[in-house]
Design a protein around this ligand. Structure first.
Ligand SMILES: Nc1ncnc2c1ncn2[C@@H]1O[C@H](COP(=O)(O)OP(=O)(O)O)[C@@H](O)[C@H]1O
Ligand SMILES: [Mg+2]
Length: 161
């Protein structure tokens, strides 16, 4: 299931991400795909807010693979896959145990490890359309993610249709 939305400001991208955050109950994986500057980290900032984390600095954890945000309604684990070589590197951070404990995981550059994060995932593809315009494509795989995407109220289509 797929849905597309265009945003015209970082705040608007954050707001959609916050809505996604509010659909989480723990154990969700959000995959972020998009070039440098597309808005992946901006999305994480909104996601954190939607998970009940107070306003604070969210930046790419590029050089330490994972940055965990405790507290909030649900803990958030923020990953950057850019310099990760294999899935074991994710596993060693505790990613899968954290998910089982009810954390939410968000992974920048996730397309480098397509399929490694289970069958029920929400993928967000960000594309630069203009200086302040971004195209966001949501792709939900699995029942839980599909239901969450449907609850955002955007018009949805089936992938490939
Ligand atoms: N509509 C928009 N949505 C998200 N970011 C935007 C938008 N318009 C401009 N920007 C800018 O684009 C940049 C996105 O940076 P960032 O989120 O760090 O990207 P990435 O993590 O994908 O490299 C920020 O400087 C942000 O202010
Ligand atoms: Mg980033």
């Amino acid at each position: 299931m797929q849905a597309v939305v265009q945003t015209t400001s970082p705040e608007a991208t954050e707001e959609w991400a916050a809505r996604v955050g509010r659909t989480c109950v723990g154990g969700e994986v959000v995959l972020l795909v998009g070039t440098l500057g597309a808005g992946k980290t901006c999305f994480v900032r909104g996601l954190a807010r939607g998970l009940g984390h107070a306003e604070r600095v969210v930046k790419s954890p590029t050089y330490n693979v994972m940055h965990g945000y405790a507290g909030g309604r649900l803990p958030l684990d923020h990953f950057d896959a850019y310099f990760v070589r294999d899935v074991d590197e994710f596993a060693r951070t505790g990613l899968f145990e954290f998910l089982a404990e009810g954390h939410v995981a968000v992974i920048e550059w996730a397309d480098r490890f397509a399929g490694a994060f289970g069958a029920d995932v929400l993928e967000v593809r960000l594309d630069v359309v203009g200086e302040t315009v971004r195209r966001m494509e949501f792709r939900a795989m699995g029942e839980h993610s599909r239901a969450r995407l449907a609850s955002l109220g955007l018009p949805t289509t089936e992938v490939g249709s």
